[in-house]
Design a protein around this ligand. Structure first.
Ligand SMILES: Nc1ncnc2c1ncn2[C@@H]1O[C@H](COP(=O)(O)OP(=O)(O)O)[C@@H](O)[C@H]1O
Ligand SMILES: [Mg+2]
Length: 296
């Protein structure tokens, strides 16, 4: 089988290690895999899709690695084009669009009947302060798009809230922001449950560094292997199904009212989870790709 791995242009020192591991896993299973930089696609006036200037050769399907947090619709363009051309893609356009925006994602989960955190959206300082009073401090402020915990902040009082809001805003660029109660009982812990197809493939519990509430490992959090109960595993599977994602990393947080879905990541890194649990996530993703790309 011939599998294309769609890599998104990177403006930082991102090293494409997950993508390389997917290629290696495909080859281990006897398939051919090509790392494709999406900026090398082009379209001609008759709709011919080319890669590096040559008409796209036959691929059985693609695995997207949508490393995208801004201009999402625009940047997922090539995924949509490939779908239009009839290619099968693991983690396709619609599913990615819906999981990337934290408010739309929360809304979708809520409508699917899954537990989520109560979330307000504000785009004005005075309204934000009024909402925060109602929620009760401390509150968490999040940008609708973000990753690695970098666009998630805490405010203990109104002065801090205003400072946090203006970290996100510029006088000429004020955008919607999410407000949530801080789940203090989580004590800086969350769960990352990795799902491939309809199976849980690896889970970890992450713990924030001292003094932080964000459990992201990119912020220095630590992690250990975790065996989710069948209830948590089912919650994660349902969350992934709500978006129609083929593989995902589901973040769950334990609240005093039970577990809630924090977010569903359509481009999960899996090298750390593999290192911690010994579970070969890349191999599972390739197995799923092969079964989905099989000609019916
Ligand atoms: N309302 C909240 N209360 C407590 N902790 C939270 C809350 N929201 C997020 N967190 C913590 O912050 C981390 C990052 O938040 P998240 O919404 O997953 O953003 P990102 O997409 O940047 O990972 C979570 O993994 C969790 O540990
Ligand atoms: Mg997260």
């Amino acid at each position: 089988m011939r599998i294309g791995i769609l890599c998104f242009r990177s403006y930082d020192a991102y090293d494409f290690k997950s993508e390389l591991r997917l290629k290696e896993a495909a080859e281990e299973q006897g398939h051919e895999a090509t790392l494709i930089q999406i900026q090398n696609f082009s379209l001609g006036p008759d709709g011919t899709l080319s890669l590096e200037g040559k008409k796209l050769e036959a691929f059985d399907g693609f695995i997207s690695r949508a490393r995208v947090i801004d201009q999402v619709e625009n940047r997922l363009f090539w995924i949509k084009v490939l779908e239009e051309k009839g290619y099968k893609i693991l983690n396709g356009y619609e599913a990615l669009i819906h999981c990337k925006n934290k408010w739309f994602a929360t809304e979708r989960l809520r409508k699917a009947g899954l537990a989520t955190l109560p979330t307000w959206v504000v785009e004005d300082e005075t309204t934000a302060c009024e909402m925060a009073e109602k929620i009760g401090y401390p509150v968490v402020v999040k940008a609708p798009y973000g990753t690695f915990g970098l666009s998630v902040e805490k405010a203990e009082n109104e002065t801090q809230l205003k400072a946090v809001l203006w970290k996100f805003w510029k006088p000429d660029l004020i955008t919607p922001l999410l407000l949530q109660p801080l789940i203090e009982e989580a004590e800086g812990k969350d769960l990352r449950i990795n799902v491939v197809g309809d199976q849980v493939v690896g889970a970890i519990q992450r713990t924030a560094t001292q003094g932080d509430f964000r459990a992201n490992m990119e912020l220095g959090g630590s992690a250990e292997a975790y065996e989710p109960s069948s209830e948590l595993a089912e919650l994660a599977l349902q969350a992934v199904r709500a978006f129609g994602l083929d593989y995902a990393g589901v973040d769950l947080i334990q609240t005093k009212n039970g577990p809630c879905v924090l977010e569903v990541n359509g481009n999960p890194g899996f090298l750390r989870i593999t290192k911690i649990t010994g579970i070969d996530v890349a191999a599972s993703i390739i197995k799923l790709a092969v079964s989905r790309f099989q000609k019916s």
